[in-house]
Design a protein around this ligand. Structure first.
Ligand code: URA
Length: 433
């Protein structure tokens, strides 16, 4: 078999066989296929797409490029949740403990943030001492004992994706639905859970710009999951404005803790209840969504979810005093209120632009090895649909370097205030089963 012939076949929109995908993935991982040939192949996929069967085969071949985590030593149904990424998305920090407090086991491997989107691991590491590098045996032990662990993804899982994603990043081949779907699902399936709930986001702050694209991506991932033996569902949610009010690592952990105390923003809670109720039904913990929502709400009222978070932090060597008293989190040196230049209603908040501002404040990475500042970020005081008067605080910028006028102007550009009534947007559009 020759790679050049397979590129030619894909260029002419032919479907490839399992043997041919095995040749490509195995050959690329072993260094037998060079980057330039793989790039040409990926570009052909971007233009011509893949059939559903090809997408499933590609995912399966990627899964088998590395270690597959076996969670059979954890009793009961294991669940996982994945968000396609956004700004201010701290759902895992709230939802994970809520699920575990309902006696459903959540064994989660998370990633770091890159560019304008944040990552769960970076957020957790703003708790002093928190350890994300847990070996497999301790991971399994922890989930068995307390029902939850959130750790860093092992580099042994889906090595094919690590290599291919780095290449896609520099060859303009990221935005292909079969490539995104196979990349995400290979990692989720190799991580070993029985049940997967996907939160597929659309909008300015997300990978998918439109709801229609998000629905196609979600259907593709559900089909991959079902064909490879995992109970997979998806919710489609709006990322045209940040989720919740806080953007930035420690600021988001504080907001997550507030939410677990019943004092968090409504949109974040709504997303957690919707995602959580689907998970509890998928895991057969509840018969229906209404029963699941009731149970999830109880975990906040009786503080069992907050206690779960505290226990997880304790197991992973984090300082639990920070959970008990969020005032301990280091504050940024400068906290600047940004005031509305005119009155009206907030029509738009560009999530991507705010993600970039938070990154420029030091809260995110431009490249993989950048060091991040956990204390900086943005706290919003007004969201889309809110009324504001001239001089009202729209948000606070938190920075350790003096905050420049240029950055403040960038912030104003991201906020659109109009002089007519604006309805609050709908956060969750669809649930796909
Ligand atoms: N996230 C992934 O893990 N892979 C993609 O291709 C896109 C987003």
């Amino acid at each position: 078999m020759r790679m050049v012939d397979l590129i030619d076949l894909k260029k002419n929109n032919h479907s490839l066989t399992r043997k041919q995908y095995h040749f490509i993935i195995d050959g690329y991982c072993k260094g037998k296929i060079p980057d330039y040939q793989m790039s040409a192949f990926l570009m052909s996929v971007c233009f011509n797409g893949l059939t559903m069967s090809e997408t499933v085969i590609l995912t399966d071949e990627m899964i088998h490029s590395g270690e597959i985590i076996n969670l059979k030593d954890i009793d009961g149904i294991k669940v996982d949740k994945h968000s396609t990424g956004g700004v201010g998305d701290k759902t895992s920090l709230v939802l994970g403990p809520m699920i575990a407090a309902c006696d459903v086991k959540i064994a989660k491997m998370s990633g770091r943030g890159l560019g304008h989107t944040g990552g769960t691991l970076d957020k957790l590491e703003s708790i002093p001492g928190f350890n994300i590098q847990v070996c497999k045996a301790d991971f399994i032990k922890q989930v068995n004992e307390i029902g939850i662990a959130i750790i860093g993804q092992s580099t042994k899982i889906v090595p094919a994706d690590q290599k291919i994603y780095a290449l896609r990043d520099v060859t303009a081949t990221v935005d292909s639905i079969p490539l995104i779907a196979s990349s995400i699902m290979a990692k989720k399936i190799a991580s070993g859970s029985d049940v997967i709930l996907l939160d597929v986001k659309y909008g300015q702050g997300a990978f998918m710009k439109t709801k229609e694209e998000a629905v196609i991506l979600a259907h593709t991932m559900i089909e991959i999951g079902q064909r490879l033996g995992k109970d997979t569902r998806a919710i489609i949610s709006d990322m045209n404005q940040p989720l919740g009010n806080a953007i930035g690592n420690a600021l988001e952990v504080i907001e997550a803790i507030d939410t677990l105390k019943g004092e968090g923003p409504q949109d974040l809670l709504e997303l957690c209840l919707q995602a959580g109720s689907n998970i509890l039904v998928q895991a057969k913990r509840c018969q229906n969504e209404a029963e699941a929502v009731k149970l999830l709400k109880q975990t906040i009222e009786n503080k069992t979810a907050l206690k779960k978070l505290r226990t997880m932090v304790d197991y992973q060597n984090g300082d639990v005093n920070y959970i008990d008293d969020t005032d301990l989190f280091k504050k940024a040196k400068f906290i600047i209120p940004i005031k509305a230049k005119k009155g009206g209603y907030v029509k738009e908040i560009n999530a991507k632009a705010l993600g970039i501002i938070s990154m420029k404040l030091g809260g995110g990475r431009l490249v993989k090895d950048d060091i991040i500042d956990h204390s900086v970020g943005i706290v919003l005081n007004k969201k889309v649909g809110d009324k504001c008067d001239k001089g009202d605080v729209l948000a606070f910028l938190h920075g350790n370097d003096e905050i420049t006028q240029e950055l403040i102007e960038e912030f104003y550009e991201a906020y659109k205030i109009v002089d007519f009534f604006v309805k609050k947007p709908i956060l969750i559009d669809e649930i796909l089963v």
